[in-house]
Design a protein around this ligand. Structure first.
Ligand code: ADP
Ligand code: MG
Length: 316
């Protein structure tokens, strides 16, 4: 039986998997995910149809280091394949702990991870301006050696902390597995998809080709939410919502706001580029594309975010 309960896409911030002060052991990541899936299980039990999107910043950085350090023994894989690896292992952790939690509550809802590709445009200007630092820090000498072998890489100084590889962050256009995800969710499965923003691919004449880039997970979550006709897009992070004058003594939380009002603030430059900016952009796009509601809230306030009492609630 296909029910009519609303579909909600949850975009989990980095803090759902790894806290800023942690090293990144498997156990740490598992414990963090467990406290998040406990909250998600409550929603699933309440009848919500859920798709989970998660970030992968620290994880893909670590995977790239493993590939680079191991290259005297085994050939390193390209960045898009590293992205697929992180979708696999993070999906595994999330689906295992969510399934366990649902089983504990007597629920038989199925949970599955979909390795997800996201189409980007080959002529996206982002390819000319790599903006996302990833992977290990290098000294100047290491950088010069690296560039001798790989002149295609962009390795620049990262905020005075050393040299780092920068990759493009193109705009997501279409979720390749969108239809498969929609069918699973319609039929009440909980789906984990678009991990890390999805694996960036470009469309070549008859095939798809992975590219050396990373996609913002909030913008990818919007594309997915729109394509599966989700009612709500709920972006969970480590702040209580969207603030004006964030970090200043007079910062103000925006509680209820329309997309056009939010857009006006965005155009005035209130939201930082690599962090709150894409969340706000994702919320605005989702409503423009037919979504009913977007929420940006603290991960710990998931229940309130869904009920409408926490975070920044964006509606027309
Ligand atoms: P996530 O992993 O959830 O995507 P990000 O670090 O990318 O986390 O984004 C959340 C961060 O955005 C917050 O920790 C905060 O420091 C920052 N931020 C920047 N501008 C704002 C703003 N106007 N309001 C709230 N948070 C903001
Ligand atoms: Mg982010």
């Amino acid at each position: 039986m296909v029910s009519r309960t609303p579909i909600t896409v949850l975009a989990l911030g980095g803090n759902a998997i790894l806290q800023r002060n942690q090293k990144g052991t498997f156990e740490e990541q598992y414990e963090n995910v467990k406290s998040t899936t406990t909250q998600i299980a409550t929603l699933v039990n309440d009848g919500f149809r859920i798709v989970i999107v998660h970030g992968n910043g620290p994880q893909i950085g670590a995977t790239v280091i493993r590939h680079e350090m191991g290259q005297t023994k085994v050939p390193p894989l390209p960045l898009h394949a590293c992205g697929a690896e992180t979708q696999g292992f993070l999906g595994y952790i999330i689906q295992q702990s969510l399934r366990d939690e649902l089983a504990r509550r007597g629920s038989k809802r199925a949970v599955a991870t979909i390795i997800t590709q996201v189409i980007v445009d080959e002529s996206d200007p982002a390819f000319k301006h790599p903006s996302k630092p990833i992977g290990p820090f290098y000294t100047k000498e290491q950088r010069d050696t690296l560039l001798r072998d790989r002149s295609d890489l962009v390795v620049e100084e990262d905020s005075g902390r050393g040299y780092r590889r920068f990759v493009p962050s193109p705009d997501p256009k279409e979720v390749v597995e969108g239809e498969a995800i929609r069918v699973l969710v319609e039929n009440e499965s909980v789906v984990i998809a678009c991990g890390g923003g999805g694996i960036p691919v470009i469309r070549q004449r008859t095939r798809l080709q992975g590219v050396e880039a990373v996609i913002d997970k909030d913008l990818a979550a919007e594309r997915l939410a729109t394509s599966i006709h989700a009612e709500s897009l709920v972006i969970l992070t480590d702040v209580d919502g969207v603030y004006l004058d964030y970090g200043k003594t007079d910062q103000r939380l925006l509680s209820n706001i329309s997309p056009s009002e939010l857009e006006t603030y965005a155009q005035k430059g209130y939201f930082a580029k690599g962090s709150m900016g894409p969340k706000v952009e994702a919320a605005i796009r989702f409503l423009r594309n037919g979504g009913k509601r977007a929420v940006i809230a603290n991960l710990g306030d998931l229940g309130g975010a869904i009920k409408g009492s926490a975070g920044t609630q964006v509606r027309n």
